[in-house]
Design a protein around this ligand. Sequence first.
Ligand SMILES: [Zn+2]
Length: 162
Amino acid sequence: MKYCYECGNKLINKELENEGIIPYCEKCGEYRFPIFSTAVSMIVENADKTKILLIQQYGKKNNVLVAGYINKGENAEAAVIREVMEETGLKVKTMYFNKSEYFKNTNTLMLNYSCTVEDESLDHLNTVEVDKAEWFTHEQAVDNIKKNSLAERFLLNYLNNL
Ligand SMILES: [Zn+2]
């Protein structure tokens, strides 16, 4: 970051106690830390972890992972539970952190979790946000997930580390 996002002034490097050298706006009198969004994405599995849920959204025919932005003040684990419930109507039972990756297109740090849900019913799918949801075996999930996507990298990383 070269310029202040509040006033446009050129930033200088200034030492901040316990943090090191941080960009600083002399006009605002504020340190300017990098700004980006944070989101969670989930490899949703059934209780015995034999099947993975992939979804299609916004009229696109790609199979992707359930995902959503973390609200300000919310922790990542709460966002996992909330987003899975909001999009699929399923209740998260267990979750484990998998991998993170920065997604340049939306300036978002994506935190990927694997999580299991209590049942496999898709009767309470949020049809406003999700066009289609389907359970796949591990093999089918690898074949059907959107190619060369962040979702694919998260899924392959997860399955390769089982
Ligand atoms: Zn400023």
